[in-house]
Design a binder for this molecule. Sequence first.
Ligand SMILES: *[C@@H]1O[C@H](CO)[C@@H](O)[C@H](O)[C@H]1NC(C)=O
Length: 395
Amino acid sequence: MVNLNSLGCFVVHIAFITSLSFSTSQSHINEIGNDITNNALFIFGDSTVDSGNNNFIDTIPENKADYKPYGQNGVFHEPTGRFSDGRVITDFIAEYAKLPLLPPFLEPCIDYSNGVNFASGGAGVLAETNQGLVIDLPTQLRNFEEVRKSLSEKLGEQKANEFISEAVYFISIGSNDYMSGYLGNPKMQEKYNPEQYVGIVIGNLTQAIQTLYEKGARKFGFLSLSPLGCLPALRAANPDEATKGGCFGAASSLALAHNNALSNVLISLNQVFKGFMYSNSNFYDWLQDKIKNPTNYGFKDGINACCGTGPYGGIYTCGGTKEIKEYNLCDNVEEFLWWDSFHPTEKIHEQFAKALWNGPSSLVGPYNLERLFNNDIKSMTIADVVDVPEIDHGY
Ligand SMILES: *[C@@H]1O[C@H](CO)[C@@H](O)[C@H](O)[C@H]1NC(C)=O
């Protein structure tokens, strides 16, 4: 996970300073300082929100999306590392918040003045999930700390704290803990029953939220887990004879249990963390409805992947860079909910981003993202951060 381009970045930086020999560090501060009246968005998570961090790490092709036909639609027309035919949910959220696309943290020479994306395809809440092949959540948090320090150096402690507390922290993670981390890992299943395992994932996720809060984060957005058993890959792998061809029940149950536990944790954090504001979502029911009734929402197919092989396109081959080189690609991706065996299409990302932005309280709450971004909490100071009480992790 070495960023080979950091040297190049250094050289560019020197050249910039030389060409503007009279530019002082003061003017640099003002430049960024002006920007902090704008919103900022920090993104943590997995392939649902990765904007290209995995392009920069050593991993297996399953954890990459920097080859065709990823990114073939929408605004990019080329692979970017997003696990989608186009944009992902946080790209739309950034657009609605009048922010530029947030660059991946590992991209060289990026500027943090609008936030940054730390997410990594395949990552889980637990460090054990796909260990060594992803940027796990604890590492994503350490990367955030690096950004925080760099902002403090550039802006000064007080301005940086203001910036950190005004920003929105969007977290979309957990699916991989249940899919490869648990259902695909017999050792974990021997060690923990499903309920205990959900408790451990939620316990670690709660600690991550607490870590961000202690560093000054106040506004949080969460994408809850989808009905995991209905992903084409899991539908194809459903071992239950009674529901053959249907969704893999054990996977969806884990997702539901996770979502319920997370809702409870957020309710209690809201009571004990001063100034804590959050937006949670019901992605599970929202997507389940589209899977069952695709035609009501402008789709034709809620079951099969546009890009993949085998039953439901559930064999994860999209792009032909993985073990199996042959794959099918649909002609009209707009008709599909699922882009590949694990990931929804840009159209789904866009529709749910809209729902999170200003949707009804049945889908998003207690704040929707629009209110979260527009809520002014400048009066909060870092002093409010120091005493973090013991919290009940809700399980
Ligand atoms: C975090 O996960 C580890 C396993 O990686 C587990 O042993 C630990 O109990 C979890 N922490 C909490 C607070 O649940």
